[in-house]
Ligand binder design. Structure first.
Ligand code: PMP
Length: 397
C-alpha cells in the first residue's frame, strides 16, 4: 500500500468560504455561510445554564472511569423524554432504547451501521436537497443513498405530492430519512397535516423512518418541533431517531447527541439495543461524557431547565426575527421579487434563491459570503447589517 496512490478530496466548501471571509478586510462584510447560531454581535457564547451545569459537574464529578457504550443512562432517558415527550406511549410501553453519541453526526453514523446490520442491502432515501453530510455518511457505511423530491426552488414550496408519490414506491426493507424540523438546507418543514400523512404512509408501506432532529427548539419550540417525531412514533412499530445537542444547547464542540431505536415491543427493543451497542463498540467503543453530563444536569433540574428553555427562546426568537427583518428590509427597498418565503421557513437556513453567478457577484462586490447554492445562515443576519445586506441583494438582482 502506498499513500501516493491517493488523489485529494475536495475541500469542504464552507471551510473555504470561512477562510476567504476572514481574509476580507471590507468593514461591512457579512458571513452567511457557517451553520452555527450567532448573537447580534456575531458571537456564539456559552449558554448561562451550560456554565452553571458545568460548574456543578466540576464540583461533583468523582471519576473518569470508562462510561460504557451506552453513555450516561440519565442523559439517555432525559433526552428521549425531551424528544418523544414524557408521557408518550413508546416511553410508557418501554419500547425506546437510547445511546449517547458523539454529536448528531455520531448518532447518524451509529444509525447507519445499525441499518447495515438489519439489512445489508438497505437503501436510505433522503430529501432532495439534504444536509451535505448525509450522503457521504451513509455511503461510508455501505448503504445506497437515493433521493425523494422535497424542495421546489422555483416556487419556494414543498414538492409534497411528488414526495408522497416517490415514497409510495419505497420498499418495506428500506429507510426514509426525515428532518424533524428546521430542514437543512431549505428551512422548509412539513406541516403537521403532512407529518400525519407521512406517518400513515410509513405504516402502510412498512419502510423504517429515520428522523434527524438537529434543531429541536429552533423552529417553533421544543414540543412543537417534535410533532413529527411523536406522530411517527405513535404510528409505526420501528423507528430510528438521531438527535443533536450541538445547536439547542450550544454544545457544538463537546460532541453530544443521541441515537434512539424504537422497537415494536420491549423485547424487540432489547434485541435491537444489543445490536446498537455492538455497533458502537466497533466504531468508537464509548461516547465522550462531558456534554451528556451538562445536558442531564440541565434537564434534571427544574430551575436550570427553565433557564435553558428561556435561553433557547432567545435564540429562536432572534432567528425568526432575522427572517422577518430581512423580508421587511427588502420590501422597504422596493425589491420586486417576493422574498416572503424566508419569513415562513424555519431554523438556521433558507435558500436565498439567487444563481451561482449572483452568489459570486454579491461576494466580490459586497463581501457578502454564502455557499454556491445560495443557502444562507439566518443567524449571520442582525440589526446592524440587515440594511447593507438587503441593499447588496437588491443591487445584484
Ligand atoms: N443533521 C443535520 C440536519 C445537521 O444540520 C447537523 C449539523 N449541521 C447534524 C445532523 C450534525 O450535528 P452535530 O454537529 O451534532 O454532529
Amino acid at each position: 500500500m502506498k499513500f501516493d496512490s491517493l488523489s485529494p478530496m475536495p475541500a469542504d466548501p464552507i471551510l473555504g468560504l470561512m477562510t476567504q471571509y476572514r481574509q476580507d478586510s471590507h468593514p461591512q462584510k457579512i458571513d452567511l455561510g457557517v451553520g452555527v447560531y450567532k448573537d447580534e454581535a456575531g458571537n456564539t457564547p456559552i449558554l448561562a445554564c451550560v456554565k452553571a451545569a458545568e460548574q456543578h459537574r466540576i464540583d461533583t464529578e468523582e471519576t473518569k472511569v470508562y462510561i460504557g457504550p451506552t453513555g450516561s443512562a440519565d442523559f439517555n432517558s432525559l433526552i428521549s423524554e425531551l424528544c418523544f415527550g414524557i408521557t408518550h406511549q413508546v416511553i410508557e410501553q418501554n419500547r425506546v432504547r437510547t445511546v449517547s453519541t458523539p454529536g448528531g453526526t455520531g448518532a447518524l453514523r451509529v444509525a447507519a451501521d445499525f441499518i447495515k446490520r438489519v439489512n445489508p442491502n438497505a437503501v436510505i432515501w433522503v430529501s432532495d436537497p439534504t444536509w451535505a453530510n448525509h450522503t457521504g455518511l451513509f455511503e461510508a457505511a455501505g448503504i445506497t443513498v437515493k433521493t425523494y423530491p422535497y424542495y421546489d426552488h422555483e416556487n419556494k414550496t414543498l414538492k409534497f405530492e411528488e414526495m408522497l408519490a416517490c415514497l409510495e414506491q419505497v420498499s418495506s426493507d428500506d429507510v426514509v430519512l426525515l428532518h424533524a424540523c428546521c430542514h437543512n438546507p431549505s428551512g422548509m418543514d412539513l406541516t403537521q397535516a403532512q407529518w400525519d400523512q407521512i406517518a400513515v404512509l410509513a405504516k402502510d408501506k412498512g419502510f423504517t423512518p429515520l428522523i434527524d432532529m438537529a434543531y429541536q427548539g429552533f423552529g417553533d419550540g421544543v414540543d412543537a418541533d417534535a410533532y413529527g417525531v411523536r406522530k411517527v412514533a405513535d404510528t409505526v412499530s420501528n423507528l430510528i431517531l438521531c438527535s443533536s445537542c450541538s445547536k439547542n444547547f450550544g454544545l457544538y464542540r463537546e460532541r453530544i447527541g443521541a441515537c434512539s431505536i424504537v422497537g415494536k415491543d420491549a423485547n424487540a427493543a432489547d434485541i435491537a439495543f444489543s445490536v446498537l451497542l455492538y455497533v458502537v463498540r466497533c466504531i468508537y467503543s464509548m461516547p465522550p461524557a462531558h456534554g451528556a453530563a451538562i445536558v442531564e444536569t440541565i434537564l434534571a433540574s427544574q430551575e436550570l431547565k427553565q433557564q435553558w428553555l428561556d435561553e433557547l427562546a432567545v435564540m429562536r426568537n432572534r432567528i425568526n426575527g432575522n427572517r422577518q427583518m430581512l423580508v421587511d428590509q427588502l420590501k422597504a427597498l422596493g425589491v420586486k421579487r417576493d422574498f416572503s418565503f424566508i419569513s415562513n421557513q424555519k431554523g438556521m437556513f433558507s435558500f436565498l434563491g439567487i444563481t451561482p453567478d449572483q452568489v459570486a457577484e454579491i461576494q466580490t462586490k459586497h463581501s457578502v459570503y454564502m455557499v454556491d447554492s445560495s443557502r444562507i445562515s439566518i443567524a449571520g443576519i442582525g440589526e446592524g447589517n440587515v440594511e447593507y445586506l438587503a441593499k447588496s441583494i437588491a443591487d445584484i438582482l
